[in-house]
Design a binder for this molecule. Structure first.
Ligand code: AHR
Length: 509
């Protein structure tokens, strides 16, 4: 089968925000406790409680941003419980994700703000905090910002200096991203869009005023959007009912609107051929959610500069349930579907400001899995590793000419080849996947370069089946192999992609 990919440098879209390759880690199951934080359990090497093995794998990904502490967890979390001497921190309830539900989950608060900031520093990642709107207050949220960022002489700023674990907290942690709640249409308080707009205005008013008066860091506030019904429209409409004030329109209180999208088709490792393809059709909803959010912003907040964040996304198989801490096997199929989502997000570089796959370690479509003594990478990890050259590049418009599978009752069809391209430092970087379960694809890559030469080309999952997943014993089998590129004249090259594979090609003129 032949497909063709056209890449044109004269048609740049925008710079790809590195934050599109962002991540999300919640106090849920074994994501933080067990996966990141083990305290002094003595089984694995740690840096004062934080697993070295997990960190060293994640560090390779150049993770731009990490969202924490939830998720639903965030709207029943009180940050002051998690700072100060660990032995004095209170054990608390958190009403979400009572993993192993026969026992009530109790949050030890061993891992809190200062541990999270230290984790981010060791990963070279920017922290993103989700504040509590459901059971919290604007005062609590603003205090959290003050604790993290203020460089003056208040009690909270001094408390941070005392608790700082990085050695760099004297002038503040410079936390830029602040989410005003999480899914407040659901677990975060079951607000109507109108009610949430009022709450958002109240929270954002204090956070923005802090920002204007006390801050060295320009805060970026993230409002909760939705993929369903008319939440975004009603929220934006109601938000504007506040009068214009020093910031101008109340729409200026927000910098980003966040949506979440999970998808599934069949089971984690058991799926029919039809379900195999349905997962790709459903993964396309992520891009559609972005388009819907942009449409609402264009109509209801046309003068504001608001980006769209896909705050949580990924495959959520039926096997991942609260009782097992939302753990699932992560297969080649899942990883190939993530590649398609990242291609779609690159193509929307002009509007997407961030995206965070859920969740970093052990939970849902994680990148790293752990047991008591080892940490290893999932197939999806390798997709992020392969795609990292897109971060900060200029997205180029690409056209893919390929065969398309239509699936009955699915909103979206499945182009057999997915691709995106970007340019940085004079090189063109293209990512291409063949989603066909059985057939190889010959992909002719047609660029507007006079001549081209291949700098590097790699392929993932060659000789692996779609339902294979990694374990401590086979994790290396999922790493990239070299891909052969046939260079033809006039800026054209050809690659052969085996079934369910993802490739990257770096080209120079
Ligand atoms: O990622 C798991 C959960 O999914 C998050 O806590 C919540 O925000 C979403 O519903």
């Amino acid at each position: 089968m032949d497909s063709e990919l056209f890449i044109r440098r004269h048609d740049p879209i925008d710079q790809i925000s590195p934050d599109i390759y962002g991540h999300f880690a919640e106090h849920l199951g074994r994501c933080i406790y067990g996966g990141v934080w083990v305290g002094d359990d003595g089984q694995v090497e740690t840096n004062d409680g934080i697993r070295e093995d997990t960190v060293s794998l994640l560090r390779e990904l150049d993770m731009p941003v990490l969202r924490w502490p939830g998720g639903c967890f965030a709207d029943d979390y009180h940050w002051e419980d998690g700072v100060g001497a660990r032995e004095d921190r209170p054990q608390r309830r958190n009403l979400h994700w009572a993993q192993g539900r026969e026992e009530v989950f109790e949050e030890s608060n061993d891992f809190g703000t200062d541990e999270f900031v230290r984790l981010c520093e060791s990963l070279g990642t920017e922290p993103y905090f989700a504040a509590n709107v459901g059971t919290g207050s604007p005062d609590e949220a603003t205090n959290w910002v003050e604790y993290c960022n203020y460089d003056g002489d208040t009690e909270l700023a001094n408390r941070r200096r005392e608790n700082d674990q990085t050695g760099n907290g004297e002038d503040g942690y410079d936390v830029r991203f602040w989410g005003v709640g999480n899914e407040n249409w659901g677990c975060g308080g079951r607000f109507s869009p109108e009610e949430y707009a009022k709450e958002f205005r109240r929270y954002a008013n204090y956070l923005r005023t802090y920002d204007r008066t006390m801050s060295n860091t320009d805060l970026e506030l993230i409002a909760v959007g939705h993929i369903n019904d008319d939440w975004n429209r009603r929220f934006l409409d109601q938000l504007e009912q506040g009068i214009d004030w020093v910031d101008g329109s109340p729409h200026n209180l927000m910098d980003h609107l966040a949506v979440h999208r999970y998808y599934k088709a069949g089971g984690e490792t058991e799926f029919t051929e039809e379900q195999y393809y349905k997962l790709f059709a459903r993964a396309r909803k992520v891009a559609a959610d972005v388009d819907d959010a942009i449409e609402a912003l264009d109509v209801f907040a046309p003068h504001a500069d608001i980006g769209v964040i896909v705050d949580e996304w990924g495959v959520w198989h039926p096997e991942a349930v609260s009782d097992n801490g939302l753990e699932q096997e992560n297969t080649v199929r899942d990883a190939v579907s993530a590649a398609g989502v990242l291609d779609d997000l690159n193509a929307r570089a002009d509007v997407v400001t961030m995206a965070n796959i859920a969740q970093t370690v052990n939970v849902l479509q994680c990148l790293v899995q752990t047991n008591e003594s080892e940490a290893w990478t999932t197939p999806t990890y390798h997709v992020f590793d392969l795609y990292k050259k897109h971060m900060g590049g200029t997205a180029l418009r690409t056209v893919v000419d390929t065969d398309v599978l239509e699936i009955e009752d699915e909103e979206f069809d499945v182009p057999m080849v997915s691709a995106s391209a970007s340019e940085s430092d004079g090189n063109v970087f293209a990512t291409v996947s063949n989603r066909d379960l059985n057939e190889s694809r010959t992909v002719r890559v047609d660029t507007d370069m006079d001549e081209l030469s291949t700098v590097e080309a790699e392929v993932l999952f060659e000789d692996l089946e779609a339902d294979e997943f990694s374990s401590p014993d086979n994790a290396d089998d999922f790493a990239a192999d070299t891909l052969e590129v046939e260079e033809i004249e006039d800026g054209i090259c050809v690659v052969e992609l085996p079934p369910n594979t993802v490739a990257s090609i770096t080209l120079s003129e």
